[in-house]
Design a binder for this molecule. Structure first.
Ligand code: NCD
Length: 307
């Protein structure tokens, strides 16, 4: 049997493949009708063992926009996982009903295990505090449209860099472009895990700095990637309450930012960006949401081998 192609880490795609996906998604934004029947007769299963609004609905919207159909569940309690079924058995089963599977799971590595047992491509839609490659594709499409390039960008990540899976995946992706510089802004307790520093930043010789002071580094940033403190990954509520409002971006904190800064956030936002920032033309996070549908359309077609 031919090996199916899954997407577990953003590094499963080459930079050339990412360029192709970005180009296809850009064409889809301009000519959606041309793609309306590309996936006629195909079925996407969304297996979400963790809450989601954008990721699950954008996957479903993407498949429906391609003429395909969707099925799935949005909480573990409504699936046989609640009876103790393993991820391997669940995906073996779902492979009989669907042509492609998007899976979100609280356990790091669960989508990888799923991909080893599924007969259909598996897309990692977020695994615990580890990775989130399709958010990264969304972020990359946003960056291409906002900045016009991937090279020579100084990207600041602010908030929960320890548990934020979108951060880990986007750092991996950006580390492959020439001239990338990374600025890490977080409380001491929520610093980027050392495995990401070692295996990505140090291995690829990416210049990076770590600080707790957002305003001090603001002037050098081309992109500011704000993140939510990941309450569900904390071991105790006191730590979460102490750290949750470490950074709150307000209009006055942007006084020394670049004119052409792009502010990204994977969303959901809790408190970390004041709604007053939404009016600032540099706030790109709602444009970013829109891109998520189109890049997932391009990805679904690619993994199904549809031209
Ligand atoms: C992110 C996630 O689930 O990791 N959201 C998303 O997919 N857009 C970020 C978050 O939950 O904070």
């Amino acid at each position: 049997m031919e090996q199916v192609r899954s997407l577990i880490s953003i590094l499963d795609l080459t930079v050339e493949e990412i360029d192709q996906l970005v180009a296809t998604a850009t064409d889809m934004l301009a000519n959606p009708a041309a793609y309306a029947h590309k996936c006629d007769g195909k079925i996407l299963a969304t297996l979400f063992f963790e809450p989601s609004t954008r990721t699950r609905l954008s996957f479903e919207s993407a498949m429906l926009s391609l003429g395909g159909q969707v099925l799935g569940f949005s909480e573990a309690s409504s699936s046989s996982a609640a009876k103790g079924e393993s991820v391997a058995d669940t995906v073996r089963t779902v492979s009989c009903y669907a042509d492609i599977i998007a899976m979100r799971h609280p356990k790091e590595g669960a989508p990888l295990v799923a991909s080893q047992h599924a007969l259909a491509p598996v897309i990692n839609a977020g695994d615990g505090g580890h990775n989130h490659p399709t958010q990264t594709l969304t972020d990359l499409l946003t960056i291409r449209h906002e900045k016009g390039r991937f090279e020579d960008l100084t990207v600041g990540f602010c908030g929960d860099l320890k548990f934020g899976r979108t951060v880990h995946s986007l750092i991996s992706a950006m580390s492959r472009y020439a001239g990338t510089k990374i600025v890490l802004v977080s409380p001491e307790e929520l610093k980027l895990p050392s495995y990401v520093k070692k295996e990505v930043l140090q291995k690829r010789d990416i210049p990076y700095e770590q600080t707790t002071d957002l305003e001090a580094v603001m002037p050098k940033l081309d992109i500011l990637y704000m993140t939510r403190v990941q309450r569900e990954r904390f071991f105790n509520e006191e730590d979460y309450l102490r750290l949750k409002d470490s950074y709150i971006l307000t209009p006055d904190k942007l006084y020394n930012a670049k004119e052409d800064l792009s502010i990204l956030h994977p969303l959901p936002r809790v408190n970390e960006i004041s709604v007053a920032v939404d009016k600032d033309p540099r706030a790109a996070y709602f444009r970013q949401v829109r891109y998520g549908r189109y890049i997932r359309m391009a990805l679904i077609m690619k993994l199904l081998g549809i031209e």
